[in-house]
Ligand binder design. Structure first.
Ligand SMILES: [Cu+2]
Length: 254
């Protein structure tokens, strides 16, 4: 009953953008169920406090010991249910493995920019070396040109993804902790230097969606934006082919 009411009300809620990922509606339903339940309990508590303040002693509502015990047990059950429901949802979203044909993208956070790397037709990311990092020279991730796997890697500042296709993202950071946050996809995950975190998602609607950094990562944090562009499968294939061609053509001939 409560989830149905929460979902109905949530449809017109202005505080979050419309969800555009497969797991988004489940997160929204849980969040709204929890919010509305706690809001109702908060209102009830305020009414009882107010009644205690304004009513004469003999007119105040009286609750037997059994009633008070029952209310405490009900609240404990409610909180346990909320915790279990949240953990179950988190584990179904985060602990299941990505499909084997999921599109691989490496997301790198650096002060104050997001970079997205696709492994190319060989399916392997090329080696990167910190001393080769040269953002002004067109090598922001430090790709090692002597590694054959790096020759077909595509690095982009816009995250291009095909609609209705699972995507496996590998997050890392070059300098400090950044927060990879796509509100419309209901995705938020820290990118931490020295370790890689994996998340997967499936966009369900085409369009442009903002990507922001949710960790205060330095003076330029406010301008650490990027765009997620969800396109049709055909558009994605065409774009990838075009980037691969650009990669193979010497700069002078483009
Ligand atoms: Cu950041």
């Amino acid at each position: 009953m409560i989830p149905v009411a929460a979902r109905t009300l949530a449809a017109g809620m202005p505080w979050m953008p419309h969800t555009a990922s497969l797991h988004g509606p489940a997160i929204d339903a849980l969040m709204h169920t929890s919010l509305f339940t706690l809001f109702a309990l908060c209102v009830l508590a305020q009414v009882l406090i107010l009644a205690g303040l304004v009513l004469r002693r003999e007119n105040r509502p009286r609750f037997s010991a059994a009633w008070r015990r029952g209310a405490t047990v009900a609240i404990v059950i409610l909180f346990v249910w909320m915790t279990v429901a949240a953990e179950r949802l988190w584990s179904t979203i985060r602990l299941t493995r990505a499909e084997s044909n999921a599109i691989q993208v490496e997301v790198t956070g650096a002060q104050f920019q997001w970079y997205f790397r696709y492994p190319g037709p060989d399916g392997n990311y090329g080696r990167t070396e910190p001393e080769l990092i040269d953002a002004a020279g067109g090598n922001p991730l430090g790709l090692d040109p002597t590694d054959p796997h790096s020759h077909d890697d595509v690095v982009n500042s816009v995250l291009m993804l095909p609609v209705n296709h699972q995507v496996d993202l590998r997050l890392r950071a070059l300098d400090v902790i950044h927060g990879f946050y796509i509100p419309a996809m209901r995705v938020m995950q820290n990118a931490t230097p020295g370790s890689a975190s994996e998340i997967h998602l499936m966009p369900t609607r085409t369009g442009d969606y903002p990507i922001v950094c949710s960790q205060l990562c330095g003076l330029g944090h406010y301008r650490m934006h990027a765009v997620l562009r969800v396109v049709s499968s055909q558009e994605f294939t065409d774009w990838m082919k075009q980037r691969e061609t650009e990669r193979e053509t010497p700069v002078a001939e483009r």
